[in-house]
Ligand binder design. Structure first.
Ligand SMILES: NC(=O)c1ccc[n+]([C@@H]2O[C@H](COP(=O)([O-])OP(=O)(O)OC[C@H]3O[C@@H](n4cnc5c(N)ncnc54)[C@H](O)[C@@H]3O)[C@@H](O)[C@H]2O)c1
Length: 272
């Protein structure tokens, strides 16, 4: 119970990693505000969180919009009576298989709209949520922020130029916010997951099977397993719980000397 009676907000909490993170926080005794653009999925995760014996509410929030991010923080404070941890996990993958069947995106065919959507959700959304919670954390003189980046920020791929750029931005933004907030005893870090078979991860396997020169024609599951088990450690595939455990560590007292870092939790897919 490393987070007993702390209160956490998790954006993208209705998605694969957001759900895993929410459940890990709950396992450690934290009450969880499950926030997502899709209320129905957020409500399902909130119900699973409550089964762990802690409080949970669901809030509909589209992180692209400043007023919705502010409302998320205000509602969390009002309904839960406090706020100690913010986890920004909401994100989109940036694939466009419907528009460009059988064709991978790259700098030549990423449209303005593709670019804006990915940057708005993955980077501006993190900025808006971090900014919205800062007045409360400053006043409280404590707090933890964990932003979910990606190993893609470390090893960008041509067909994910916009996605990988958004995640590199999350790492840089995290460092800037960490520097600003350290004086208020607020600790800010990011986590870089490798490849996990959530809806987003599974879409990546499908896309590669349709379009990638090496993987075209392969079963998406085989591609997924190849990518993951090709990591030097030959570990079993990563799970959402692996990412949740890293978030718990950073949110706990044990993580207090880790400041402004981008923690690679990728099973050895990449070394830095
Ligand atoms: N799955 C992976 O392999 C992987 C790897 C590295 C990083 N990540 C990152 O982890 C995070 C979670 O990814 P996931 O695999 O759970 O994806 P997912 O697609 O399964 O879930 C993403 C969640 O974010 C929500 N969302 C999307 N747009 C939103 C918006 N504008 N406002 C609020 N919520 C929104 C979705 O409704 C969904 O519930 C993302 O930031 C992703 O980039 C995932």
């Amino acid at each position: 119970m490393r987070l007993k009676d702390k209160v956490a907000v998790v954006t993208g909490g209705g998605g694969g990693l957001g759900e895993g993170i929410s459940l890990c926080l709950a396992r450690e005794g934290a009450h969880v505000v499950v926030s997502d653009a899709k209320l129905e999925t957020a409500e399902k995760v909130a119900a699973r969180v409550r089964e762990k014996g802690v409080k949970a509410i669901a809030i509909q929030t589209d992180v692209r919009f400043s007023d919705q991010c502010q409302n998320m923080i205000d509602t969390a404070l009002r309904e839960m009576g406090g706020l100690d941890i913010l986890v920004c996990s909401a994100g989109v993958g940036g694939y466009a298989p419907d528009r460009e069947p059988g064709k991978l995106l790259n700098i030549e065919n990423i449209t303005d709209e593709d670019w804006d959507t990915v940057i708005d959700v993955n980077l501006k959304g993190v900025f808006l949520c971090n900014r919205a919670i800062i007045p409360h954390f400053k006043k409280q003189r404590s707090g933890k922020i964990i932003n979910i980046a990606s190993i893609g920020a470390r090893m960008p791929l041509d067909f994910l130029a916009h996605y990988d750029t958004s995640k590199a931005g999350v790492i840089a933004l995290t460092q800037a916010v960490a520097m600003h907030m350290a004086r208020y005893n607020v600790n800010v870090n990011s986590v870089c997951p490798g490849l996990i078979k959530t809806e987003m991860g599974a879409n990546m396997g499908k896309l590669l099977s349709e379009s990638h020169p090496v993987f075209r024609g392969m079963n998406p599951d085989d591609i997924f397993n190849t990518l993951v088990t090709n990591s030097v450690r030959k570990r079993t595939p990563q799970t959402a719980e692996d990412i949740g455990n890293a978030v718990v560590f950073l949110a706990s007292e044990e993580g207090k000397q880790i400041v402004g870092q981008g923690l690679n939790v990728c099973g050895g897919m990449y070394f830095s």
